[in-house]
Design a binder for this molecule. Structure first.
Ligand code: EPU
Length: 420
């Protein structure tokens, strides 16, 4: 298993280009199942999760073609069967995103039921009950969600009990080919939902209200192909900004979307960062100052994202003062805390809150990555360590951060991958 070795103590400085958003690219790849025409997806990030999604489509018989500019052309016309096997679903829960499109377009789907994961139990009951309400016949047996529909799904009024991102995306995709109108209430408002909706609209779907809590979809008989560029990754952007802030450095993130990062940028300003933005760039400068601790409370968009919580915990670890981090979305997303305490941080977990009192410097140590965003927070902790940090199990990081060591190196970090 590969490891990352980081020599801390360097101020990050320089410019990087932000990749396409993982959590937007995954549903968009699943949406290619809604038409037999060719869909071209541009600005796909080079990530392990994207490879897994392409592999999942491949095992259904769907080929993809990559052109010289790394755009991917996909057509579901060669589909042989409509199933997502456990071997792939267990490595990537987002595989559940093929359920809605398969059912809506091909009338059947068998998708392995995702289990719990390192950050929480993460059930998919709301995906299933909404599709049942649209007329799907669904049983869960032998570890699989087995779904079919007689004819087409039927549009209806769906109230989501909880705000769920992939749940909203699954129903949104299914509704584009349903008979009549579907209204999704308490829909997730994440920018990735809007990006998916924009891709579906480019494929001919009739969707209004994406980005609000009520999405209205008028089903169409068929969708067609299109060429669509995935939006920039707001979580990758935020992670590099925080890394620069923690190291008292200066960074410019290019090809990003500042308008999707309001909650994060305002917390960085509270931490003492000087921030300027343009239409597609963000610049952060700490002017060499130590950050101030900030308190955050995670919640669905547009509030502070759970996917940035671990990184702010790392920032607070070396800040002046005390900050509290409250996690309201997932029940077990503090696995990074004990690892940072091993590096000399002063953090106490109380229920869904971690109280962090900043220390002047962390001590490098061997640590273990437990999930994607926790791994990113350990990289930040390593960058502010006073000697070497060795991060084990970094396959988690490769799922969601494109070429992290190259990008960090280009900002001056001393970081290298150790293959073992
Ligand atoms: N929930 C249910 N029942 C459901 C669906 C969700 O109880 O049927 C609960 C979950 O257990 C959780 C809450 O609702 O407590 C919100 O979960 P959500 O469904 O929104 O999460 P998700 O769709 O599985 C996506 C991202 C996550 C991100 C969350 C929250 C993708 C592929 N994944 O997950 O991204 O943390 O939304 O914003 O879009 C990551 O990139 O590291 C990551 C984990």
């Amino acid at each position: 298993m590969d490891k990352l070795l980081i020599q801390g103590g360097i101020r990050l400085s320089g410019e990087i280009r932000i990749a396409g958003a993982k959590n937007s690219a995954l549903p968009i790849l699943a949406a290619t199942l809604l038409t037999t025409d060719t869909v071209q997806v541009r600005n796909l990030p080079h990530l392990y999760d994207i490879t897994t999604m392409l592999e999942l489509l491949g095992c259904m018989g769907i080929e993809h073609v990559v052109d010289a500019k790394l755009n991917v052309d996909i057509s579901s016309s060669s589909i042989k069967h409509c199933s997502a096997p456990y071997d792939l679903v267990k490595t990537m829960r987002a595989s559940i995103l093929v359920l809605g499109p398969l059912l809506a377009h091909f009338g059947k789907a068998e998708v392995a039921l995702p289990g719990g994961c390192a950050i929480g139990s993460r059930p998919v009951n709301l995906h299933i009950s909404a599709l049942q309400k649209m007329g799907a016949d669904i049983v869960v047996e032998d570890g699989y969600i087995k779904a079919s529909v007689d004819g087409r799904l039927k549009g209806c009024h769906i109230f989501m009990d909880m705000c769920t991102v992939t749940g909203t995306e699954n129903i949104l995709m299914a509704a584009t080919l349903a008979i009549g109108q579907t209204v999704i209430e308490n829909a997730a408002r994440e920018p990735e939902v809007v990006d998916l909706a924009n891709c579906l609209i480019a494929m001919g779907a009739d969707i209004k209200g994406a980005g609000t809590d009520t999405i209205v979809i008028n089903g169409k008989d068929r969708l067609h192909g299109c060429s669509y560029a995935v939006m920039p990754d707001r979580i990758e952007t935020g992670t590099y900004l925080i890394a620069a802030a923690a190291t008292r450095g200066r960074i410019k993130c290019k090809d990003t979307r500042p308008d999707t990062l309001d909650a994060v940028l305002s917390k960085l300003q509270e931490a003492g960062a000087d921030i300027s933005v343009g239409e597609d760039w963000i610049e952060l400068d700490m002017h060499g100052r130590r950050p101030k601790a900030v308190s955050v409370r995670t919640a669905p968009y547009p509030a502070f994202p759970t996917d940035m919580q671990a990184q702010f915990t790392a920032l607070n670890a070396i800040a002046t003062g005390t900050g509290s981090i409250i996690e309201t979305v997932f029940e077990n997303r503090f696995m990074h805390v004990q690892e940072m305490n091993r590096m000399g941080a002063n953090m106490v977990v109380q229920g869904n809150t971690v109280i962090v009192t900043g220390v002047p410097v962390l001590k490098g140590a061997p640590v273990m990555a437990t999930d994607l965003r926790a791994s990113a927070s350990l990289v930040i902790a390593g960058l502010v360590g006073d000697n070497e940090t060795l991060i084990d199990r970094i396959y988690h990081i490769d799922r969601g951060y494109e070429c992290i060591e190259e990008k960090m190196q280009s900002l001056g970090a001393i970081i290298r991958r150790i293959h073992s």
